[in-house]
Design a protein around this ligand. Sequence first.
Ligand code: SG7
Ligand code: ZN
Length: 261
Amino acid sequence: RGQNFGYDGDQGPANWSKEYHTCIGKHQSPINIDEHNVTNVSLPPLKLIGIDNPHQSYVTNTGHTVTLKINESKAVMLSGGPLRDTYVFEQLHFHWGENDFEGSEDLINNHSFPMEMHAVFYKEDYNSFKEALNYSDGLAILACLYEVSSQPNPTYESIVKVLPEIEKKDMGKVLQEPLLLESIFVPDIAKMQDYFTYSGSLTTPPCLEVAKWIDFKDHQQLSHDQLAAFRDIRNWEGNKLTHNFRPVQPLEGREVLHNIP
Ligand code: SG7
Ligand code: ZN
């Protein structure tokens, strides 16, 4: 028991609930967001603080994804929008597919994107990420979708370049230059108030239903080669981690809000 879930066959998403009963809840993620079936709203401004100055960053191969953490605690915080409280940045990570036509977890009008980033925040009042997992309002997760571009995205080069050095599970590396998270979190800060939001779960076991999802409508770009570099890292079994996205889950009557800036 523990970290031995995968994305194929016996260990794949269809079998997660055998070991993790919480993966068959009624508020699971990811979902398909049907743009013709969202409720347009005008929420208070979403506030992201601490992303306009560079942070020393540490990138790790977890065997299920690549995560990025910063070394200061409570330096990056999220509040406003659909959130009642303040949330502290924990880590960000990526989901991708084996080709440029799939890989995102949430879909937009049933369309897949080649990659999706999740920036995970926990509610400050709960004092730690682990403790926050016990509460239905424990996490807020920012999601950003990627498209394929012909040119490499220079912002991501520092991350892409260390991937071969963290090829195996539990390998980690400090990025050479401090990273400006603003450029990683949001494609265009001027468009960050345009997003979808809904209540859901972690997209990996134990699939806890503790997250408010906030999906930016704007997309970022990565080149084919940059995307391909992620597919070359190895998973917890030592095989290539060619894909790590969970398929969409039933909406079960949940409402998806679209914030109009
Ligand atoms: C990724 O997604 C990792 C996990 C994360 C999981 O596999 O980022 O985190 C770590 C530290 O390995 O699990 C409990 C947790 O955050 C699910 O997160 S997600 O719902 O945002 N995809
Ligand atoms: Zn994720």
